[in-house]
Design a protein around this ligand. Structure first.
Ligand SMILES: [Zn+2]
Length: 483
């Protein structure tokens, strides 16, 4: 009883306190150090999404938000649970053409639209696989019956397609696959990544699968199949769809302003290592991404103590980034239109703890998402490090869902290193002074970007995950699936 009362008194104090913090470099360094040591301790079990370790991590994050007087986004609850799909392979998928068997992940990937089924049949080349009656386009019109056949579809865009069509749904893989199903195809093999909508083709969190197997293959495979016209193709997929529950943590500093800045980063990590070399050891993820989590906590302390009349601050700790960016995708999906329109910009912090691992350099990704970034790039000083710009937003961290929703984004990180995704990514390897400098830079950046006009969104032209990247995409996607 006594301990319960004590705990209750403590929490009430935390909720009502407007704790005063010093924002001297040494105080900031001390707090981020403490947060990273706690979040990346073995007792948090590697913070794998959906596990007890993740629960411990969000309980800690919430305790620190309360201490800083940062309120929840909705009501009294900081937690935003969501469910998502997960594919379990009972056996790895197979693709065989004639006598040749191809290698999953290197030669082909399974698409999220795929059914769990096995087929063996002749194939038909359906070209671009398009049926657009309004433009008189029908890729199937000169092909002998495709019913009962596996259909090959080039995901590229044929010449002569109008600009309106390019923006519409007709060219998406989903519609082309659905047309093949209507024509009676027994399976679909997609190739040529031009036109792939980021990683949507491999987003297993959705449930809009079709009734036949669907795979994506590299050039080598499609060339082989086409060189052996009389030989049947076998596609074998044995999967089970499982639902998971993950939890984002969302806080909101409401300054009564018309627009809102989002500070985000993922707090989940990998749990136990699955590598034979260090199997069973916890990957504690000090840099990935206890560093970003601690950085956002620190920024939220600052913005809770320094009211900004021009902006509200939405602070999001994403879950299931490591499983496939599910937390940020869910957050964007559930945002109301009004809220989306009020977002000024989003800053993503993922791996900001290893300044020095690639020289004294911070990488700012997705700088093309607004013309404002190049101006601020020149104006905001960063004496402790150089700044490397990457124009594109790539689907490898949480900013990408916001970028795709038309929100200007910027993703700061200190780069990859040899401890990345291993049990050696530990708190003692973090550059706390470097992190403090990055946070100072972020405050300065937010301060400049947050005043004046709303930051303008720009779509970066020509960013497609093209054919050359196919192998890379397949191996990246493969890592997200457990089997
Ligand atoms: Zn990671």
């Amino acid at each position: 009883m006594r301990s319960f009362l004590l705990a209750f008194t403590f929490c009430t104090f935390c909720l009502s306190s407007t704790a005063q913090f010093s924002f001297s470099d040494s105080s900031v360094r001390m707090r981020i150090r403490r947060d990273i040591y706690v979040l990346a301790s073995d007792s948090f079990e590697g913070r794998e999404a959906g596990t007890e370790g993740e629960k411990k991590a969000y309980a800690y994050i919430i305790s620190r938000l309360k201490e800083a007087g940062v309120p929840p986004l909705s009501g009294n609850n900081y937690l935003q649970p969501f469910t998502t799909g997960h594919v379990k392979f009972t056996t790895p998928p197979h693709l065989i053409a004639g006598k040749r068997s191809f290698e999953w992940r290197n030669d082909f990937g399974l698409c999220a639209y795929s059914a769990s089924d096995s087929v063996s049949s002749p194939w038909a080349d359906a070209g671009f696989g398009l049926v657009i009656a309004a433009d008189g386009i029908d890729s199937y019109k000169d092909i002998p019956a495709v019913s009962g056949k596996i259909v090959l579809i080039n995901l590229g865009t044929p010449p002569g397609i109008s600009k309106e069509r390019l923006r519409g749904a007709e060219l998406t893989p989903a519609v082309r696959i659905a047309d093949a199903v209507i024509k009676g195809a027994t399976g679909v093999i997609l190739y040529n990544g031009q036109g792939i909508e980021n990683s949507r083709l491999f987003d297993f969190s959705r449930s809009d699968s079709v009734s036949i197997p669907v795979m994506y293959v590299t050039t080598g495979v499609i060339d082989f199949i086409k060189k052996h016209p009389g030989e049947p193709v076998t596609m074998a997929v044995h999967t089970e769809r499982i639902r998971n529950i993950y939890t984002n943590v969302c806080a909101y500093i409401n300054n009564g302003a018309a627009r809102t800045i989002i500070l985000g980063g993922h707090y989940d990590h990998l749990g136990k290592s699955r590598e034979p070399r260090d199997k069973g050891a916890y990957c504690v993820g000090a840099d990935d991404n206890a560093s970003g989590t601690a950085g956002i906590l620190e920024l939220s302390r600052y913005y809770a103590a320094h009211k900004d009349p021009l902006n509200n601050y939405l602070v999001i700790f994403f879950s299931a980034e490591e499983k496939g960016l599910f937390g940020s995708e869910y957050f964007v999906r559930q945002m109301r239109e009004g809220m989306k329109d009020s977002i000024n910009f989003m800053l993503n912090f993922d791996m900001i703890g290893r300044l020095g691992c690639q020289g004294l350099q911070v990488t700012a990704e997705a700088t093309g998402s607004s013309p404002a970034w190049s101006k601020l790039y020149r104006e905001v000083k960063h004496p402790a490090f150089s700044l490397e710009k990457v124009t594109a937003s790539l689907p490898f961290s949480d900013q990408d869902a916001f970028y795709n929703a038309g929100i200007p984004v910027l993703y700061l990180n200190t780069g990859l290193h040899d401890r990345y995704h291993t049990p050696l990514d530990k708190p003692e390897t973090i550059n706390y002074t470097g992190m403090t400098e990055i946070l100072k830079y972020s405050k300065e950046l937010v301060g400049r970007a947050g005043t004046g006009e709303k930051v303008r969104y720009r779509k970066v032209p020509g960013i497609i995950l093209d054919f050359e990247m196919a192998g890379f995409i397949l191996s990246y996607i493969g890592e997200q699936l457990s089997f």
